[in-house]
Design a protein around this ligand. Structure first.
Ligand code: BGC
Length: 756
């Protein structure tokens, strides 16, 4: 009925070479007599890019039928949801995320669609971005990947992910920004702004408590309010309130017995009511399980349910989705008020008006020199030098000397696999290729050393290699070289760094734990390059002369690695999570199975707020490598830190000042980090927490004055009784260093009138 009225009140006129809609009252008797300007003015409000978004949203909503509103709230294909075709409002195209734009997927299956024009730049994994400790690079990342999404005509990029690194077993840690809520918050905001400057929405995921893949579809996470607010929510809150994210993805797991995609506490109370989120909540694919709960608890777009893949069901079942016909029935019967669908439709329309129907959208672009440069810079700035005995690195290879490159990751694509973040890059420079280009092909020897996939065939022995013969072959190759570079780590296979399951062993897989000592026994300089998104056990650490944490770095992986190995770029990455010595030293694991991975039904976050370095510091458990740690080829010296005042009020900014000098021979960058602790808190608090950081570039011999600002209110803790953040009048110590290791460089400040 509404639709008929709508059509009768609109007359389509074609005039002055333009198509426009005029309301019946404004209709001119003679089309030809209508001036061009009159035509343009007659655009309905929703179609007029010069009108404010909210006016456009309300105008569109007022024209829509109930069926059209419901249609906005669920998928129409694997990666798209409906617009309002009758009004010319386009559909919404979603794409993974977060390290590049995923290849096109078939309409109703998970298979690749087989396009030949959908390859992209693969950017470094988000762990690498976090390790740069450089928010400016996060902005560059966002702008670049957003441009590629725009070029590929996507409205929503499914990322970034900001679930906190709680266990080194989580198969998806590589997609996230590390263990610290402050670091993750600082890094996520520019990424979002960068992507969205292209008129492409980010979809920040997975909200919330999706900190493991094991049992992810149903595990019920029990966590204290304090840990929720202090550890697991801040990055999402920053994404919404500072980043202005236009959409957010619910998580698969449960919290308080309800799935993340229709969770009253997370979506309705916290995200929408408390934080004032005005964007759209998108379900994770197959994460919706109930119409009423989804409708009433804040889900706006249901994706991927009832289709083959994440759950079962018939093909082309989109009308059966929880937020499709079943929702429509409940609206028609009055069991769910129309205001509920109006709210959802508003949010989806807002998403569309912010993206596909936004004025002055940039065109976007893909696979270009600028994007390769950004990818390479992030990759090099994110690599973390963990050990460098006798300055093995940068490599100084003399004429005639040879390098043995050992390891499958030197030749394997690491953009393949891993789950939904898998990419189809236009190019991917493998480490071996880049090493040959840098050092001369004849100076590079190669041997697999280990294999994670199909057995490799030994042409000499005419038999498949096994782990032992691969190791022997590698040792033989390495014995003919002057320097050994092992390029190993994990990969994107199941049970490694991969969605849908967790790792099952803390040690390096595929025989690498035996390979490293065997190579070391040759008594040649040995560099271990780890490509992974997680910490691994390092019983072999003493055997390696140098260790480089090199993450997954996408298209520019090999070039970036060579930049660091040759010293063309001085490493400046810092660990975004702690490397424990033993798995049981990790907080989540130390409490046994109910803490991780849970009993299949529920799990309890027993370590509470003591995640990562907060646990190691407070419990005095020495890590293998601490959070925030990373070496350089040069050396730095920090001057004594001073504070802008001895005492502050809650609204004040605390400014710290110190000098930083590059005392070595090479240009380089250091990350100055500020950790806070409270002298006499009324509740137990971690020994220290990151509250500010700054990456500073200095030429060899250069000295700079560094200022770091932190808000006094950032020293607060979450008071469970008051259900609010509380800043206590007390003395706070602000420790400054270049990692989370204890530092004597500190200053005390007091907070007064905190209640103000
Ligand atoms: C993942 C999401 C992803 C979605 C679409 C889900 O299985 O958890 O992160 O965006 O699939 O591929």
């Amino acid at each position: 009925m509404r639709a008929l009225k709508e059509i009768s009140s609109l007359v389509l006129l074609v005039c002055c070479g333009l198509t426009c809609h005029l309301s019946a009252q404004n209709q001119s008797p003679c089309c030809k007599s209508i001036e061009k300007s009159a035509c343009v003015q007659a655009l309905p409000v929703y179609a007029d890019v010069n009108q404010p978004i909210e006016a456009r949203v309300e105008d569109a909503l007022a024209r829509m039928t109930l069926e059209e509103k419901v249609a906005l709230c669920h998928a129409q294909s694997k990666f798209s949801s409906t617009g309002v075709p009758r009004l010319g409002i386009p559909e919404v195209w979603h794409s993974d995320g977060p390290h590049g734009v995923r290849e096109e997927i078939e309409w109703d299956s998970w298979s690749p669609a087989g396009w030949t024009n959908d390859s992209i730049t693969a950017f470094p994994a988000l762990t690498c971005l976090a390790a740069t400790f450089n928010p400016r690079l996060s902005m560059a990342y966002g702008i670049s990947v957003g441009e590629e999404a725009r070029y590929r005509k996507k409205n929503v990029l499914l990322g970034p992910g900001v679930n906190i690194y709680r266990t080194p077993f989580n198969g998806r840690n590589f997609e996230y920004l590390g263990e610290d809520p402050f670091l993750a918050s600082r890094m996520v905001v520019p990424y979002i702004k960068g992507v969205q400057s292209n008129g492409v929405a980010t979809c920040v995921k997975h909200f919330a408590l999706n900190n493991q893949e094991e049992d992810r579809m149903h595990i019920d996470v029990e966590v204290s309010d304090r840990a929720l607010h202090e550890i697991y929510l801040p990055a999402f809150k920053a994404a919404v309130q500072q980043g202005g994210a236009w959409s957010i993805m619910g998580s698969y797991n449960k919290y308080k017995g309800q799935h993340g995609c229709h969770n009253e506490w997370l979506l309705k109370r916290i995200l929408k009511e408390e934080w004032g989120f005005d964007g759209a909540v998108v379900s994770d694919w197959g994460g919706t399980h109930d119409t009423k709960e989804a409708a009433l608890n804040g889900l706006d777009i249901e994706m991927g349910t009832y289709t083959n893949g994440l759950s079962t069901g018939r093909a082309f079942a989109y009308d059966d989705y929880y937020l499709a016909n079943p929702f429509l029935q409940l609206l028609k019967s009055g069991e769910i008020p129309v205001s509920v669908v109006d709210d959802k439709a508003r949010r989806v329309l807002r998403l569309i008006f912010r993206t596909s129907l936004a004025p002055n959208r940039p065109l976007g672009r893909t696979v270009c020199e600028d994007h390769s440069r950004v990818a390479r810079q992030i990759a090099t700035e994110g690599m973390v030098l963990l050990k460098n005995d006798q300055s093995i690195l940068p490599l100084s290879v003399k004429a005639g000397q040879r390098i043995a490159v050992i390891g499958e990751n030197a030749v394997r694509s690491l953009t393949k696999g891993g789950g939904s973040s898998e990419l189809k890059p236009k190019y991917e420079v493998a480490p071996l290729v880049a090493m040959k280009a840098a050092f001369g092909a004849k100076n590079i020897l190669f041997s697999y050393g280990y294999s994670s996939g199909r057995p490799l065939y030994d042409k000499v022995e005419k038999a498949p290699y096994d782990a032992d013969s691969l190791l022997q072959a590698a040792v033989k190759t390495a014995s003919q070289a002057d320097v050994i570079v092992l390029v190993g780590g994990l990969n994107k296979n199941n049970s490694q760094d991969c969605e849908g399951g967790d790792r099952t062993e803390f040690g390096l897989p595929f025989g690498q734990e035996a390979l490293i000592p065997a190579l070391a026994a040759l008594n040649k300089p040995l560099v271990v390059v780890l490509m992974s998104g997680n910490a691994v056990a390092m019983p072999w650490l003493k055997d390696a002369g140098a260790v480089l944490q090199a993450w997954y770095t996408g298209s520019e992986a090999g070039n970036a690695l060579v930049d660091i190995l040759t010293g063309a770029v001085n490493p400046s990455g810092k660990l975004p999570f702690t490397f424990p010595k033993r798995l049981e030293d990790n907080a989540a694991h130390s409490f046994g199975a109910l803490s991780y991975p849970g009993d299949n039904v529920k799990q309890q976050y027993m370590e509470d707020i003591l995640v990562g370095y907060r646990w190691h510091d407070t419990k005095r458990i020495a890590p293998q490598f601490p959070f925030g740690f990373g070496l350089s080829y040069t050396s730095f010296e920090l001057g004594q830190v001073t504070a802008s005042a001895p005492s502050y009020q809650a609204e004040d900014v605390i400014r710290l000042t110190l000098t930083l000098s590059n005392t070595g021979q090479r240009d380089g960058a250091e990350v100055v980090q500020v950790y806070a602790s409270q002298r006499k808190p009324s509740v137990s608090r971690p020994v220290k927490e990151l509250k500010a950081f700054q990456k500073v570039f200095l030429k060899a011999g250069e000295r700079k004055t560094v200022t770091l600002d932190l808000k006094a209110s950032d020293l607060a803790f979450y008071d469970e009784a008051a259900k609010a953040w509380k800043l206590e009048n007390d003395t706070y110590t602000l420790q400054v260093g270049t990692s989370s290791n204890p530092s004597k460089n500190k200053v005390d400040v007091t907070i007064n009138a905190a209640s103000k």
